[in-house]
Design a protein around this ligand. Sequence first.
Ligand SMILES: [Zn+2]
Length: 226
Amino acid sequence: MSKIDKSDRINIAASPWSVFRWNPTDGCKVIAITHPLSVIYEAARHRPVSDAICFPKAVMLELLPLDDASNPFHLHHMGQAIDEALVADAEDEVPVGCVIVSLARGEVIAKAHNQKERLQDPTAHAEIVAITQAAASLGSWRLEQCILYVTLEPCAMCAGAIVQARMPLVVFGCTDPKAGACVTLFRLADDPRLNHRARVVGGVMADRCAHLLSQFFARKRALGKK
Ligand SMILES: [Zn+2]
């Protein structure tokens, strides 16, 4: 292993993820990566990151591009969105879950699931409920340093809300062949004609997200046949 100069290292404990910087000109380009790894280590070890853990900058930059669907930061938060989808499933709602992470605050600021049936509200998709929560949490409709994670590709309404909220990045699980408006049927989130565009990363834990939905609809069909 090649020797790593101390100046090439980032001390994770000394650089909490709340100091993560968003580069406004390059969108998703990461300037200071600290928290994705600290989150992984916390998740893996179930305890705070030790002062002693250091990673070479180059390795971190290579391992953690935010537009990579296998980025562990995305997997970690998609796991939380799946937990929300499971709550929807238990409530007999179409199982879609969403979480929003504020990079400025370094924390999850919204968690929501689909509540269309319970509220009898066609707009109560997981993303809309979460965006409302996030805006209330920040006291601002501008979610400019937030990443939205959702288990299913956003529909036209939700992709529109993501653009309205000025979100820089949306990460989804499985595609939606019937209503997907980020890559499948339309590309609303990053349409160059709009005055704001969100980067889109799809396919994060797609199989797990899709399985929840197919199980739910299979169960519904089985009940319908009885
Ligand atoms: Zn939607």
